[in-house]
Design a protein. Structure first.
Length: 162
């Protein structure tokens, strides 16, 4: 997130949850589960914390971050796809391999699931620039916000870097 020279400032968890409950979420995949929760910050430099962090539960690991990010007070909304069987690809004569793979990949090998927050403009997000963000980045982000017609507050971080 920080490598892009901006981030969305966290909003209050209860406000976010209430906004979701009021407006809803659109997810066309009935075979998925929505999980929401705060991030647990762990000191990965300490052996005991590092061992505890390596849980066998993949969902737990999605909600863990190094303690150096604790100031973010982050929570995440995850769309978890349930297990599905991916069939073997079958090639047919007189149909190009490329065409078959394109259709196969669009049906079975997609990069992720889509989750839409309904009435996204009702969420109280703020975009905060990294203290060293260049002017062209700031201008591009402002243009994107304007084009999206979202009324997000945009500001520069007050953090001082050494």
């Amino acid at each position: 997130m920080h490598s892009f020279n901006y981030f969305l400032r966290p909003i209050n968890y209860n406000d976010f949850k209430n906004t979701i409950l009021e407006n809803g979420i659109e997810n066309n995949d009935e075979e998925s589960e929505i999980i929401c929760g705060p991030i647990k910050y762990i000191n990965f430099q300490e052996n005991n914390d590092f061992i505890k962090a390596h849980s066998t539960n993949l969902t737990d690991s999605v909600f863990q971050k190094d303690i150096s990010f604790e100031h973010e007070k982050e929570f995440r909304l995850i769309l978890k796809e349930k297990m599905r069987k991916i069939p073997e690809i079958y090639y047919k004569p007189n149909i190009s391999k490329e065409s078959i793979e394109k259709v196969y990949n669009s049906n079975f090998n997609y990069p992720g699931l889509e989750l839409e927050l309904i009435n996204f403009d009702k969420y109280n997000f703020e975009i905060v620039y990294h203290p060293k963000a260049q002017d062209w980045i700031k201008k591009n982000i402002i243009k994107i916000v304007e084009l999206s017609e979202l009324k997000f507050k945009v500001s520069t971080s007050k953090l001082e870097l050494r």
